[in-house]
Design a protein. Structure first.
Length: 782
């Protein structure tokens, strides 16, 4: 590997010490060759464009004569609409239309992914009809020649509501009146996983420990807010929708169904996407109103959410209330697990609304060897914004509860927290392993991972240091957390093209949300043709040029989308090889790949160039790749924290982590994903929280009230890795996009409670603000 690249990979920040590399990948993976673009730490090709302001986001797309849409949103959390008067707004010059619920009754409904055993989603109107269900719910859509005029007109809409008391908490949702008459007890999701004789195990176990925690409700807070534009072409009878989305193909299908159009008449384009984190995985009513208005008015319409609109009506994440019990024998082995996980849903379910609940239940046992489990998850409707997937999507909830239980188990049995984990982690020899919830862990070495973490962090020395600091009166703690990260099921597709000019390009059905897919995907294709990554252009996000796909979510892009590209590229290479053999009058074993084409091994000056092989028509291969099972990234995190006794301020002094993402296409991108995930994990652990008051009003409606971590909040991190290719996809890749958001909060929470254990504090909920910690210290009589 080029030395310059190597040093860039290590990075200039001394806080991010790159330690020695993990075991080499199994040599028959595509990364086998040292100079293959797979495995190389090259910088992101898209950054030249994005960092110089030359990115093209939906709001940058030039659309002539576009109208602007502004949504009138309910200021009431719950109640019956007694008056909705739009006449004055309609008569304002420059206003083309004001739509309300009655205008869109004939449109279809937003679909929900029925992942859980019981999904009983409420029927949800695109614009409020008869009643309002949350502050921020769109009640009317005003379309005008400028956004200023639309805003003025929106203020002329008169909305009167006979208010009901709002249901804002899961507790109130369970006992309050039904928000929808066909959803008794407001329980819209429910599933139970049961395996083994858990009850009997709990009755007989020498140790039973319990843990409880509530996750803060979070906003995904992508830099680019939600944005949508649409244009109807009357002659072609087709609708183009630009949409900042993680799932352009699904958006197209859903838009077609809802609007009663054929999917063939809709083109969805997701150009550059400025972050998404789950918030842009599902269509919103606003997106449909933009598309539908453009179709109705035969004029382009566009909308870009304000930050406050995203905080108010974009999907939130987390908010789960979790409680669990773990049975342990006298040797410290885990015998049985039981848990109850309740998640808030808000007033409607986006497509992926069931995912956090589903993941938090099925993933709960994590990397541990536990046969018996009794896990129940349920989702409850509330008068708030919808809750959807947010980076981690149930994985952080599962890891935080399980790792709290493991920590309590260590305390109860007197076994060191590291040791009790080593005793209970599934050994590598038992993988693939089907757990008590039916999930199948694919591969890896969980114990080696934790041992490596212990080594890089210097765990025994950290504990000795903690003892001496405590003797000097300091409040400090060490927290461990292991995690697993499933990364998607099903399929993705790819198309690799050799154009008549000899250039090789590829189109993927999955897309990019700004997370470097253009580079990683180019590396995969280039490695098959003996090219450099910069030789291969990647297209994505436009349903008219990209093959069908599911999208950029659930850590699935590289494992599944990358495997599809690898398949299509190999098929095309084999075909080009056969053509070259004919052109060079030899057999394919006598050919060698060069950047220019294929040459004869026995006569290297005889080359079939890419242009010659392509011929005037070019060549193309399509591939749809279905995975054999989920690939599971995993890792182990350690946090060192200190608490100021006077102020309760928590300082995260260091985070150490060892992650296994399987085959690594680009180490720089993987490190970037982990660091970004850690930053967002710090946000949950330390400062972020969406807050509603009891009356259903959002108190964190701007970034002055909703605290996201800034660069200066980042903490010292030491990264290390293992590389165990997944046997379940041909690339061998595993997900890593969510790793940091899963391991970080769990490790910090354990470290904080470890620090506070001398004061008898056994429970604290995130975010771990100085006020909460100060109160906990004082309530403990200090
Ligand atoms: S939370 Mo992710 O976009 O599946």
């Amino acid at each position: 590997m080029d030395q310059k690249v190597q040093s860039e990979m290590i990075g200039p920040d001394p806080q991010l010490q790159a330690t020695e590399r993990g075991p080499d990948p199994i040599t028959d993976t595509p990364a086998a060759s040292d100079d293959a673009p797979i495995g190389q730490a090259i910088k992101r090709q898209e950054d030249e464009r994005l960092l110089r302001g030359a990115g093209r986001y939906t709001d940058d797309v030039t659309i002539e004569d576009a109208l602007h849409i502004i949504f009138v949103r309910s200021p009431f959390p719950c109640g019956r609409i007694t008056e909705l008067e739009c006449g004055e707004a309609r008569s304002l010059p420059g206003v083309l239309a004001v739509y309300c619920g009655a205008d869109v009754v004939d449109l279809g409904e937003l679909p929900v992914n029925p992942l859980l055993a019981e999904v009983n989603a409420p029927r949800y109107p695109l614009l409020a009809r008869g009643k309002v269900m949350a502050v921020g719910e769109p009640v009317a859509a005003v379309i005008a020649t400028s956004s200023m005029i639309a805003q003025d007109a929106a203020e002329l809409v008169i909305l009167e509501v006979d208010e009901d008391s709002a249901i804002m908490s899961i507790a109130d949702s369970k006992i309050g009146g039904d928000l929808f008459k066909d959803i008794p007890g407001n329980r819209a999701l429910h599933q139970v996983w049961q395996s083994g004789e858990t009850e009997k195990i709990f009755d007989e176990a020498p140790f039973v420990v319990e843990a409880r925690l509530t996750h803060p409700r979070l906003s995904p807070t992508s830099i680019e807010p939600r944005t949508t534009a649409a244009s109807w072409d009357e002659r072609a009878e087709s609708l183009t929708v630009w949409l900042s989305s993680q799932t352009p193909h699904r958006a197209r299908k859903d838009l077609a169904t809802i609007m009663g159009l054929s999917p063939d008449s809709i083109r969805v384009v997701s150009p550059d996407v400025g972050g998404a984190f789950g918030m842009k995985a599902s269509l919103y009513p606003e997106d449909i109103m933009v598309a539908w208005a453009a179709w109705q008015l035969k004029q382009p319409v566009r909308w870009t959410a304000a930050r406050s609109e995203d905080l108010l009506s974009g999907t939130h994440g987390r908010g789960a209330e979790t409680a669990g019990k773990l049975a342990i024998n006298s040797e410290g082995s885990f015998l049985g697990l039981s848990a109850q996980i309740d998640v808030p849903l808000g007033h409607w379910l986006p497509h992926s609304g069931a995912v956090p609940a589903w993941n938090s239940g099925r993933i709960l046992p994590g990397p541990y060897d536990i046969d018996s489990a009794d896990i129940e998850v349920a989702g409850f409707l509330t008068n708030s914004a919808p809750v959807g997937i947010y980076r981690g999507a149930g994985r952080p909830e599962a890891a935080a509860l399980m790792e709290r239980l493991v920590e309590e188990a260590a305390r109860a049995t007197g076994i060191d927290p590291l040791e009790i984990r080593l005793r209970n982690l599934l050994p590598a020899s038992r993988l693939p392993h089907e757990g008590p919830t039916g999930t199948k862990l694919d591969s890896g070495d969980y114990r080696a991972c934790l041992e490596r973490l212990c080594n890089i962090a210097g765990y025994p020395a950290l504990r000795r240091n903690q003892d001496s600091r405590r003797q000097q009166g300091e409040i400090c703690g060490i927290g461990l957390a292991c995690y697993v990260e499933p990364c998607g099921q099903g399929w993705e597709s790819a198309r690799v093209t050799l154009a008549s000019d000899g250039s090789i390009s590829a189109a993927t059905g999955t897309s990019s949300q700004g997370h470097g897919r253009e580079t990683a995907f180019a590396q995969i294709v280039a490695s098959v043709f003996g090219l450099a990554a910069e030789d291969v252009a990647i297209r994505h996000g436009d349903t008219s040029t990209a093959p069908k796909g599911i999208g950029a979510l659930a850590s699935r892009s590289t494992a599944i989308g990358g495997s599809a590209l690898l398949c299509a590229a190999r098929e095309l290479r084999d075909e080009t090889c056969n053509i070259a053999a004919i052109q060079l009058d030899t057999h394919s074993e006598n050919l060698r790949l060069t950047r220019a084409g294929f040459c004869r091994k026995d006569a290297p000056d005889r080359t079939a160039t890419w242009t010659a092989i392509a011929g005037p028509a070019g060549l193309q291969k399509d591939s749809v790749y279905s995975v054999e099972g989920e690939a599971w990234g995993y890792g182990a995190y350690l946090a060192v924290v200190a608490i100021d006794a006077e102020t309760g301020v928590l300082t995260v002094e260091h985070i150490y982590c060892v992650d296994d993402a399987g085959t690594i296409v680009n180490p720089l991108l993987v490190e970037g994903q982990i660091l970004g995930g850690i930053a967002q994990g710090l946000g949950e652990a330390l400062m972020e929280q969406i807050v509603y008051d009891k009356n259903g009003q959002l108190l964190t409606g701007s970034l002055t009230d909703y605290a996201v971590p800034r660069a200066s909040d980042m903490v010292p991190v030491t990264l290390d890795k293992l590389i165990t290719p997944s046997p379940f996809n041909i690339l061998g890749a595993k997900g890593v996009g969510e790793a940091g958001t899963i391991g970080t909060p769990a490790a910090i929470l354990n470290a904080t409670l470890d620090a506070l254990s001398p004061f008898g504090v056994t429970r604290l909920d995130m975010p771990l603000t100085s006020e909460k910690i100060w109160r906990a210290l004082h309530d403990a009589g200090n």
